[in-house]
Design a protein around this ligand. Structure first.
Ligand code: NAD
Ligand code: MG
Length: 394
């Protein structure tokens, strides 16, 4: 029996993780369930899964949850705050940590899991974008096992040679092909992109996901973040990572070898496949995902990404090439921009404008410490907020 901590259990990935765990109660126990402030959903999850611990970041929400659990006679212990998230990521009784908090908030608990040598199922790509070098170092030093859950990276992981080497060249790998659905605005003109609404941007054609990643998919920043994620996971340079738009989201990504072979992983777009892969690794587990019916899919299409209509993608490639703290600045500015777009304070094409302005203003340095990265994240957020304030005055 493996004890699992789910960071972000009330979110889209968190709920799908519990769905897979519920199919294999003889193998997995939800030891700790955690969320930001959603008392109702976390209460229901505690009722069903009876975890040892439940954590809400928000202290008031945690008090409410504790009262409701006590009334219902459920013995789950309730904690609150960032330190509790870190504690339950590193807890000696925990074997597996699903890192499924959204955004930079997921970094510190994921780092705690890495340092404690856990098996980490990493959905929170922002961890690698912000702190790739330090996180990968913590994984190695802590003796952790890192399994990518992002569907593209999970696909690449599955088709990489089983004997992993540090260098792609040594494994005969030429490059990785990262597929992208293209999001809801794949065919939209630049004029249309200037006026698209929040509701349109939240309407992803293939995947049901949390709001932040859904907007990231619409701007294609999601693919940009994934390019940086692939760099750290597979030690691939920006030149070795090619984005291919594939609207059906059936091929989840590919690896090209030097002999011309291209290996792909296919399946219906359902995150329970990579989640089950991560939970069961190296065994395979049933996940509840329906069989892929290629005859029904009919055709698989491919096209090149358009860097003009989707400038977020080039901003991310550029940040990767610049290196150092640039990806952390990109990530922080993007989080501020997406939040402002979701609050209907800025237009869709102002998202890349805000990120570009922030990148131009915050100076980039070599990554030397974790505290420096947190300070850079804060500085970039302040700079992005100042841009927003200035804009609302105009
Ligand atoms: P979501 O918004 O549905 O859920 C986010 C979860 O994080 C919630 O449980 C929320 O309570 C928790 N949370 C938010 N802020 C927090 C904070 N400050 N402290 C503690 N907990 C906090 O998001 P999601 O779609 O499940 O995505 C989660 C992560 O997985 C993201 O990094 C996303 O990029 C990645 N991811 C998601 C998908 C997907 O299909 N949804 C696919 C690939 C990768
Ligand atoms: Mg993805």
């Amino acid at each position: 029996m493996l004890n699992v901590t789910i960071l972000g259990s009330t979110g889209t990935i968190g709920q799908q993780t519990l769905d897979v765990i519920a199919r294999h109660t003889e193998l997995f126990h939800a030891f700790a369930l955690t969320a930001n402030s959603n008392v109702e959903v976390l209460f229901q999850q505690c009722q069903k899964f009876k975890p040892e611990y439940a954590v809400l970041l928000d202290a008031n929400a945690a008090t409410q949850l504790a009262q409701r659990l006590a009334k219902s006679g459920i013995e789950t212990q309730v904690l609150s705050g960032l330190a509790a998230l870190e504690q339950l990521s590193a807890h000696s009784e925990v074997d597996v940590v699903m890192a499924a908090i959204v955004g930079a908030a997921g970094l510190q608990p994921a780092m705690a899991a890495a340092r404690a040598g856990k098996r980490i199922l990493l959905a929170n790509k922002e961890t690698l974008v912000m702190a790739g070098s330090l996180f990968m170092q913590a994984v190695t030093e802590g003796g952790a096992t890192l399994l990518p859950i992002d569907s593209e990276h999970n696909a690449i992981f599955q088709v990489m040679p089983s004997q992993k080497s540090k260098h792609l060249e040594d494994m005969g790998v030429k490059r990785v092909l990262l597929t992208a659905s293209g999001g809801p605005f794949r065919n939209a003109t630049l004029e249309t992109l200037n006026v698209v609404t929040k509701a349109q941007a939240l309407n992803h054609p293939n995947w049901v996901m949390g709001p932040k990643i859904t907007i990231d998919s619409a701007t294609m920043m999601n693919k940009g973040l994934e390019v940086i994620e692939a760099h750290w996971l597979f030690n691939a340079s920006a030149e070795q990572i090619e984005v291919v738009v594939h609207p059906q989201s059936i091929i989840h990504s590919m690896v090209e070898y030097v002999d011309g072979s291209v290996l792909a992983q296919l399946g219906n777009p359902d995150m329970r496949t990579p989640i089950a892969y991560g939970l069961g690794y190296p065994e395979r587990l049933s996940s509840g995902v329906s069989s892929l019916d290629l005859l029904k899919v009919g055709r698989l299409e491919f096209s090149a990404p358009d860097f003009t209509r989707f400038p977020c993608l080039s901003l991310a490639y550029d940040a990767l090439k610049v290196g150092g703290t640039a990806p952390a600045i990109l990530n922080a500015a993007n989080e501020v921009a997406v939040e402002a777009f979701l609050a209907e304070k800025i237009g869709f094409m102002e998202i890349p404008a805000l990120i570009e302005a922030t990148l131009a203003q915050v100076s980039v340095s070599e990554v030397v410490s974790f505290s420096q990265l947190l300070a850079t994240d804060l500085e970039a957020r302040q700079c992005a907020s100042a841009w927003l304030n200035k804009r609302s005055v105009v």
